[in-house]
Design a binder for this molecule. Sequence first.
Ligand SMILES: Nc1nc2c(c(=O)[nH]1)N[C@H]1C(S)=C(S)[C@@H](COP(=O)(O)O)O[C@H]1N2
Ligand SMILES: [Mo]
Length: 323
Amino acid sequence: MPRLPLPRIRPSQITAERYFRMRRDLLTTALGLATAAAIPAAQAAEALPQGAPLVYTRNPKYSVTEKANSFEEITNYNNFYEFGTDKADPAANAGSLRTRPWTVTIAGEAAKTGKFAIEDILSPHPLEERIYRHRCVEAWSMVIPWVGFPLADLLRRFQPTSRAKYVQFTTLLDPKQMPGQRPMILGGAMLDWPYVEGLRIDEAMHPLAFMVVGVYGRVLPNQNGAPLRVHLPWKYGFKSAKSIVEIRFTEHQPANTWARSAPGEYGFYANVNPQVDHPRWSQATERHIGGGFFAARQPTLMFNGYADQVAGLYQGLDLRRYF
Ligand SMILES: Nc1nc2c(c(=O)[nH]1)N[C@H]1C(S)=C(S)[C@@H](COP(=O)(O)O)O[C@H]1N2
Ligand SMILES: [Mo]
């Protein structure tokens, strides 16, 4: 039986203040924690080159058994409008994104807020691999072996207050590094930058909500959202913000970029739902990337196949209205 790499320390068991003052090795000895599966110090602290191997444990409980897409497919067919609107643009243009040094601001309705080095964001979290379905609103899909850790474990460390009803994620804003953010080129005028996304706090705390730092056991390539992106496997891909620089706890539903650009087409919830069509195309089926151009489309599953796990989050919610 593979051991589940669940955190052996709850963030609530240590005060965040103590945590942030301590070096990760100090933390290890002072609290006697096993860090076998946590990101080794060198792993977290250095400017990890893309493709560097990560230490992780596979998590079968949260993995599908379908065959994963190839590394080439996962890293060459992307949506990351900051680097262009064509599926091949992010692989061609994202290489120059600098992912170290990198800071993440924690803001809003939480006891612990501030600006943190990515090393401090990552170091307490043991990494696990989860094979997740990934369904884009444009009706294509993949199966991806991500490496990361539960989003809930990260959020709890900052002690959200009772007013924290939502979480907003913000992507880096840097037109120098992100050509798609410059007006007039690569469709840069299309969206409001920076890219923002949001979740209800109970969605963000759901055990499936995953903070991703790698794929196929290696540091995430920039085009997939390095150094830090979320993945919500039961939602359309656009909910999963890439290259995150801010996480904000809010009392009110935060804006999200695609809904802002076309509110009739993209909603806040964006749960994968074969019964609710996009106004311009059906969501009943999807094209599996790698299946070949003439391969039969496959049926799209309610909540992307995760209904058993997430349907309870939406009891009593009209999914046609809250699409
Ligand atoms: N910052 C940012 N995040 C983003 C996007 C984007 O354009 N910018 N595209 C979204 C969409 S539409 C999808 S389908 C997924 C694609 O993730 P992948 O390229 O790793 O498959 O990223 C999402 N996150
Ligand atoms: Mo998407």
